[in-house]
Ligand binder design. Sequence first.
Ligand code: GDP
Ligand code: IMO
Ligand code: MG
Length: 425
Amino acid sequence: MKAKVDVLLGAQWGDEGKGKVVDVIAPDYAVIARFQGGPNAGHTLIFDGKKHVLHTIPSGVFRPGTWNLVGNGVVIDPVILMREIDNLKALGVDVTERLLIGRRAHLILPTHRALDAASEADKGKEKIGSTLKGIGPTYMDKTGRNGFRVGDLERDDRKERYATLVKKHERLLGLYSTATAWKEAEQEWYDASSRLRELKLVDSEHWLDERLNAGDRVLAEGAQGTLLDIDFGTYPFVTSSNTICAGACTGLGVAPGRIGKVIGIFKAYSTRVGSGPFPTELNDATGEHIRQVGREFGSTTGRPRRCGWLDLPALRYAVMINGITELAMMKADVLSGMDEVAICTHYKVNGSITDRVPYDITSGIEPVYEQLKGWGNLSTATDLPESLNMYIRRIEKAVGVPVRIVSIGPDRAETLVRESAVVLS
Ligand code: GDP
Ligand code: IMO
Ligand code: MG
C-alpha cells in the first residue's frame, strides 16, 4: 500500500524544537526529508550528553537505517554542508551512505551571501535581521530563473554557468554602497561543490515516489516556522520560502493527497530572532528570565532571541494554514516555578477584539491575556502536573487539535507522550 508523507513543521517564528522532535520520532520513519530553507536553520539534537546542531542535513541522521534526503525546495551552501558532514564524521557518524541530495535543489554561491549582506546593510534600521547565509538572494535567483542547481554540477559547462551568474551578481553588488568581500570564499566553494558532486545526487521526486510505493513512511522536516512563511508570515520580516505544509508538496514533489499527519511544533511561550512584529514580546524581567532559563540564543547566529508569552491567535492561524493534526509543546520546563503564566487569547486591534491574525500586525496590536496557574519543577516528571495539564487543555480548546507530545527538557529522553490526547470542548 502507498505510504503517506507526514509533515513536521514550526508553528511559530522558528526554533520551536523541530530538530529534537524529528530525532525522537525518526525511528518510526524510513526517510526524513528537508523540503525548504537552508543553512539559516539550526536544529539542535541532544542525547547521550552530546549536543549536535544541524543546518542542512535532516535530523534523522543519528538514527541507524534512516535515509536522509535534502529535497528540491532546499537551498544548499556546499561549504556549510561539507563542514556538517566532516563534523559528523569526526564524531564517528558517516552520513554519506544515507544522505541523498535532490538535483533540483539550488546552490548558494559566495556572491549570494555578499548580496544578502549588502541588502541588509542597505536597509539600515529596516533590516530583516537575516541570518546572512544568502537565503533571500538564492531564492530570488530561483524564481528569477537564473539559479544554479545541484544538477548543474554534473554538466560540462558548470564553470561557465557559475561565471555567468557571478557576473550578474557583480553588477548587482555594484548598486550597493557597502561592498562585501566574497572573492576569497570562492576557492573553498569550488572545493566543496566538487565534493558535493560526489554525494548521492538523485531525482528526488522519483526516488521518494518509489519509497512511498514500497510502503516506506516519510517524515518531511520543516525549517523556520509558519510566521516566517513568505506568504503567510509577518511580511516583510520573513524568510524567502514557504515554510508551511504546502511547502512540503512543492519542496519534495509530493502530491497534496499524499500528506498524512501534520505535526505542529510550538514552545509553551513564544520567541523570535531578528526584526519584525511580535505582539506578545516581553521587554521586561520576565522576558529576560525566559531567555536565560530557556537559553534562548540562536543556534545558527548566537543572537539573543526575543521572548514573550504564548500567542493563541498566532497558533490557531498556524493550525489553519497548515492543517495541523497534532501538536508538540516544547520547553514546558522553562516556565516551571512561576506562580502564574499568561496566555494571549485575543488581540485588541484599533479598539476591537479579534482572535484572528490581521493583515498588518506591525503596530496597533494589543494582546489580551488570560492568567493561568503555573507549575513546579518537571525534571523528574513522568506525568504532567494538573496545572500544566490545564494549561495544555486551554490551548487545545482554543486551537482545536490535541497536544500529543510535551517536551520537558532538551534531551531526547525528556519527552512525554500524551497517549490519550483528545480535544475536549
Ligand atoms: P529548531 O530550529 O526548531 O530545531 O529549534 P532550535 O534547536 O533552534 O532551538 C530549540 C532549543 O531548545 C535548542 O537549544 C534545544 O536543545 C532546546 N530544547 C528543545 N526542547 C526543549 C525542552 O523541552 N526544554 C528545554 N529546556 N530546552 C529544549
Ligand atoms: P530554524 O529552522 C528562527 C529568521 C531570521 C530573520 C528572518 C530571515 O532553526 O527554526 P533569512 O536568513 O532566512 O533571510 O532570515 O528569518 N530565521 C529564523 N529564525 N529559526 C530559523 O530556523 C530561522 N531561519 C531564519 O532571524 O529574522
Ligand atoms: Mg533553530
